[in-house]
Design a binder for this molecule. Structure first.
Ligand SMILES: [Zn+2]
Length: 104
């Protein structure tokens, strides 16, 4: 980060004065000794964040195993473990639904 001294043409964005303060070359932060902030930048003055960093992209939600559409009773699904990898959901012996009556 490069800090440049403020000038008349490029005054301090915090206090508006043309001297004494420093501004980042990209305009992201300013160090102003006149206007206090909660961050002191050494002897130079107070650090002011002018432009927030772009927010981080939100994390993708964890994948939740959804029951098959014809599963039937969701409570029964939730209380029984998912089939081991490579095996399919067992079908009910009394109806075409997956695992419904058998788990009541
Ligand atoms: Zn200033």
């Amino acid at each position: 980060m490069t800090l440049v001294r403020v000038t008349k043409r490029n005054p301090c964005p915090i206090c508006g004065k043309p001297d004494w303060c420093l501004v980042a070359a990209d305009g992201a932060v300013a160090i102003c000794p006149r206007v206090p902030s909660d961050r002191l930048a050494g002897q130079a003055g107070y650090l002011h964040i002018l432009r927030a960093r772009p927010p981080r992209p939100p994390r993708p939600a964890p994948k939740v195993l959804e029951p098959p559409a014809d599963f039937g009773d969701y409570a029964a699904f939730a209380s029984t473990p998912a089939p081991a990898q490579g095996r399919s959901w067992p079908r009910c012996s009394e109806c075409p639904k997956l695992r419904c009556c058998a788990f009541r």
